[in-house]
Design a protein around this ligand. Structure first.
Ligand SMILES: [Cu+2]
Length: 153
């Protein structure tokens, strides 16, 4: 687990202490949350992360919001037999107990539409993930370089 995810988890644990326990979403571990820098705001940005379910019941991601954008959606990229890629809303994402789902370039991603300002390398913003149990998980996202493939480079 990286430092950002640990901070998110600590914040979540603190928030959970204020109200009744949410069954399920407290078992989500979000790792390697990052976004690619953008040149401007005319085109949407993209953010990536790994969802790990440390609990013993399936968790379903039902929605996402971002502080950096007017609207955020989970999309899935597909490449057809002619090599043309396109993307579409992915709907809800189920994560089985003890398993992980990666949102990564070329596959699932968070599309950030209506960017409030360009995403500059070194900046950060917050994603809020909503799960089917009503629980929300706040995730700090690091903005990496415009050609980054992930936190490892
Ligand atoms: Cu997209």
């Amino acid at each position: 687990m990286n430092r950002i995810a640990m901070a998110a988890l600590a914040a979540l644990t603190a928030a959970a202490g204020l109200g009744p326990a949410q069954a399920g979403s407290e078992d989500v571990v979000v790792e390697n949350a990052w976004a690619r820098a953008t040149i401007g705001t005319a085109r949407p940005g993209a953010a990536y992360l790994t969802l790990r379910n440390a609990g013993d019941a399936t968790l379903t991601l039902t929605g996402v919001a971002a502080s950096a954008a007017a609207r955020a959606e989970i999309h899935r990229s597909v490449t057809d037999e002619k090599g043309v890629s396109s993307m579409m809303p992915a709907g809800e994402i189920a994560v089985g107990p003890g398993t992980s789902v990666a949102l990564e370039p070329g596959g699932l991603h968070v599309m950030l539409m209506g960017l409030r300002s360009p995403l500059d390398e070194g900046d950060g913003f917050e994603l809020t993930l909503t799960f089917s149990d009503g629980g929300e998980v706040a995730v700090p996202v690091a903005v990496l370089g415009i050609a980054a493939r992930g936190p490892g480079g």
